[in-house]
Design a protein around this ligand. Structure first.
Ligand code: CMP
Length: 156
C-alpha cells in the first residue's frame, strides 16, 4: 500500500494553549512519519486560498483574521491512509462534541477555536501542502520504525 501525505496546522489557539508538543507526540506515537514542519504567519493571500471553499460563509472574515493573527505550526505527516487516520486523531469540528481521546475532544470546547486543521481529502492535502511548503522543505527518508509499524505486505 502506498503512503500518502496530509497537511496539519496547529492554529493560533493551539500555539497559545501550549499544545504543539502534545499534538506532535500524538501523531508520532500513532506511527505517522513527519516529513515537513515549520512555523509560519499565514498571509491573507495564503488564507484566501487555503479556505477558498468557505469564502461565502458568514464566519469567513473572522476565520481569516484569526488564522492570520499569530503564527501557526504547519506540518506534513505521511503514512498509509494518512488523511483519514489524522482526521480521526483530530476529532470532529466542534470541540464540545468531539470524541474523547481525540485532540479536539480532549483539549477543545469551541468551534472557531478548534486548535488544529487537518486535510479533508488527498486532493485537499496536495493543495494545502503546496500553499505552505516549497518542494525542498519536504523530506524523504527511511524510518527506522517502519518495519514494526507496518507488516511487510502493507509496506508493499
Ligand atoms: P476546519 O474544519 O479546520 O476548517 C474550517 C474552519 O472554520 C473550522 O475548522 C473552524 O475553525 C472554522 N469554523 C467552522 N465553523 C465556524 C463557525 N460557525 N464560526 C467560526 N468559525 C467556524
Amino acid at each position: 500500500m502506498a503512503s500518502t501525505q496530509t497537511a496539519v496546522l496547529v492554529k493560533p489557539d493551539g500555539l497559545q494553549r501550549g499544545l504543539i508538543g502534545e499534538i506532535i507526540s500524538r501523531f508520532e506515537r500513532k506511527g505517522l512519519k513527519l516529513v515537513g514542519i515549520k512555523m509560519v504567519e499565514m498571509s491573507e493571500q495564503m488564507l484566501n486560498k487555503w479556505y477558498a471553499e468557505h469564502q461565502d460563509k458568514g464566519f469567513f472574515d473572522d476565520l481569516v483574521s484569526f488564522m492570520g493573527s499569530r503564527p501557526v505550526v504547519a506540518m506534513v505527516w505521511e503514512g498509509i491512509e494518512a488523511v483519514p487516520v489524522v482526521r480521526k486523531l483530530v476529532g470532529t469540528t466542534l470541540g464540545r462534541e468531539a470524541e474523547a481521546g481525540s485532540i479536539r475532544g480532549d483539549f477543545g470546547m469551541s468551534q472557531a477555536f478548534n486548535l488544529i486543521h487537518a486535510s479533508s481529502s488527498n486532493e485537499a492535502a496536495e493543495r494545502e501542502i503546496n500553499i505552505v511548503f516549497d518542494d525542498d522543505e519536504l523530506f524523504e527518508y527511511s524510518s527506522a520504525l517502519e518495519c514494526v509499524i507496518y507488516a511487510e505486505e502493507e509496506r508493499g
